[in-house]
Design a protein around this ligand. Structure first.
Ligand code: ADP
Ligand code: MG
Length: 264
């Protein structure tokens, strides 16, 4: 018998309503994500990806349908800090150094402020994100990839069971990005976390995740899914393997069916 899913969307619709207009962001969306999986939800800009993450985090409530995270509606989990988020542009403060930025989430939630324990925790996180030599550097002294490492470090500070990644490599140049994918995998995998990433990058989706959920065009709904099972390890070399290219083509085909792309 299959275990209960960690995240379940049952016929979820979300609309943004203004005074004069109503925008369907996602419509009748169904999917399940199980403990320990790394799932990528892929679709173009505007198809509802950030909305989906905000719904999982309990920051938005569905207009229709049900969402369960660990068998309860996600807004029940808000105070438990069991969900971490990584954004496209890391939410770091320019007047704090790397070490102080890592401690920031704990200071915003003083109930978790254990003083010296927190400093050793931030030290551990510095080592996970491989930034030990940059602890007292300020954001303007860091490269884009380093800033994103700090963003990842901040999301790990509460040791959340679920990590939500919103186009985490989107602000990086193509070359940094192609290496940072595997750094991220090394930072996040084998830590007993359930990871949901949203992106419009086919390469990120194929190289990083266990399963890809393909959304239809806006308003986003489930189109199809592809399980990724590589015979070799997830390293930078994977990009040159035929297996990688065949998965990329599979995703492209599914996306072109989902979006009915013509020449544009
Ligand atoms: P994505 O992350 O895939 O680019 P979003 O989830 O941000 O998509 O947005 C989905 C749709 O909902 C878009 O058409 C967007 O314009 C609209 N939308 C997003 N946030 C809001 C909001 N706060 N108010 C009104 N419309 C919104
Ligand atoms: Mg978005």
């Amino acid at each position: 018998m299959q275990k209960d899913p960690t995240i379940a969307f049952n016929q979820v619709t979300h609309t943004y309503e203004g005074k004069y207009s109503k925008k369907f962001a996602i419509s009748n969306l169904d999917f399940k994500i199980f403990s320990g999986e790394f799932v990528t939800i892929i679709g173009p800009s505007g198809c509802g990806k950030t909305t989906i993450l905000n719904l999982i985090a309990g920051l938005l409530s569905p207009t229709n349908g049900d969402i369960y995270v660990d068998n309860v509606p996600p807004n029940n989990l808000l105070s438990k800090k069991s969900i971490g988020m990584v954004f496209q542009s890391p939410a770091i403060l320019p007047w704090l150094n790397v070490f102080q930025n890592l401690l920031l989430p704990l200071q915003i939630n003083p109930s978790n402020d254990n003083g010296s324990d927190n400093e050793s925790l931030a030290g551990d996180i510095l080592s996970i994100i491989q930034m030990e030599d940059y602890a007292d550097f300020y954001p303007h002294q860091l490269s884009g990839g380093m800033k994103q490492r700090v963003g990842v470090g901040m999301s790990l500070i509460f040791d959340p069971k679920i990590l939500l990644l919103d186009e985490p490599l989107g602000s990086l140049d193509e070359i940094t990005r192609s290496y940072m994918r595997f750094d991220l995998i090394n930072m996040l995998r084998n830590r007993n976390k359930t990871i949901v990433m949203v992106t419009h990058s086919i390469e990120d989706a194929v190289l990083m995740s266990d399963r890809i959920i393909i959304l239809s065009k806006s308003p986003g709904t489930f189109s199809t899914e592809i399980k990724l099972d590589f015979s070799s390890k997830r390293t930078h070399d994977l990009e040159y393997q035929s297996e990688f290219l065949s998965y990329v083509n599979q995703v492209k085909k599914s996306l072109s069916i989902a979006y009915d792309f013509k020449f544009r």
